[in-house]
Unconditional design. Structure first.
Length: 270
């Protein structure tokens, strides 16, 4: 018993690899990373040299890799994508704009991930670092690919994944008669016609996800030297930290390894 208790002190702090997504996703994750450092954990953050918000900090070790685009190009595409989110219009018009915007953002993410996986020096460093676990945002699947390659337990930190891919990966029930889809402005109490409308919103999601996430499947298959689907990558998560709660969200089923942490979206101010 004394021996086990003495080992607890050694086990209290670990070494974590963090592969974030840029933008507002990182602003929320950074709060968690800062607390991890305060608890004594060693944190290594891997990010491209060109980012909007991911910057070096005394709270973690920063490992950066070159990418073939500029700060101005990245900022311009993010701004165009966010402007679309607040535009009004018919569903078909919004769908076409969403397709174009997601395609441009996806190209940046896939390009960045490809250059990370091709960086042999950085990959060798990650292989030799003996991390205990990886914290990543699965809206970009590069962290999931690294988790598979390094055989690390993975913690997903997310607000949600388009097209309900998080539901599929966790095998959560998602009945269209109960769980409202994005952009429908429906509630969990729907008439028959509203349920039909909710169901129809799943159809364009299939096409959006095919081009938005399938390039990661190709990257993973080539890098890992085995066939990998997007669902294979997402399903390997040990814990899902879901940045939502049932104050702003409608109730829905959750699996045991999904933990709602909605309050982490707001940084604590003294």
């Amino acid at each position: 018993v004394v021996l086990l208790l003495s080992l607890l002190g050694l086990a209290a702090a670990g070494k974590f690899l963090v592969v974030p997504a840029d933008g507002s996703h990182w602003l929320s994750m950074r709060e968690v990373v800062d607390v991890m450092r305060q608890k004594g954990h060693k944190v290594v953050v891997v990010a491209p040299e060109v980012t909007l918000h991911i910057k070096p900090s005394k709270n973690f070790v920063m490992k950066m890799y070159p990418v073939p685009y500029t700060q101005e190009e990245l900022k311009r595409q993010f701004q165009a994508f966010f402007h679309f989110s607040f535009e009004q219009g018919y569903f078909l018009e919004r769908f076409v704009k969403a397709y174009q915007g997601i395609k441009r953002i996806t190209n940046f993410g896939v390009t960045s991930c490809g250059h990370l996986l091709q960086n042999k020096e950085l990959i060798r460093y990650l292989e030799e670092s003996k991390f205990d676990a990886i914290l990543t945002d699965p809206v970009l699947l590069c962290g999931a690919i690294l988790a598979k390659h390094l055989s690390l337990p993975s913690v997903y930190f997310l607000r949600g994944i388009p097209c309900g891919l998080d539901f599929q990966a966790t095998q959560c029930p998602r009945p269209s008669s109960y769980v409202p889809r994005g952009f429908t402005q429906l509630t969990d109490h729907m008439t028959f016609l509203q349920r039909v409308k909710n169901l129809l919103h799943d159809i364009p999601d299939i096409f959006l996800c095919d081009f938005a996430f399938e390039p990661y499947s190709k990257l993973a298959s080539e890098f890992l030297q085995q066939d990998m689907t997007v669902q294979d990558l997402l399903s390997q998560a040990s814990v899902w930290l879901l940045r939502s709660d049932f104050v702003l969200e409608y109730p829905r089923p959750l699996m045991p390894n999904i933990i709602p942490i909605g309050g982490v979206n707001c940084a604590h101010k003294d």
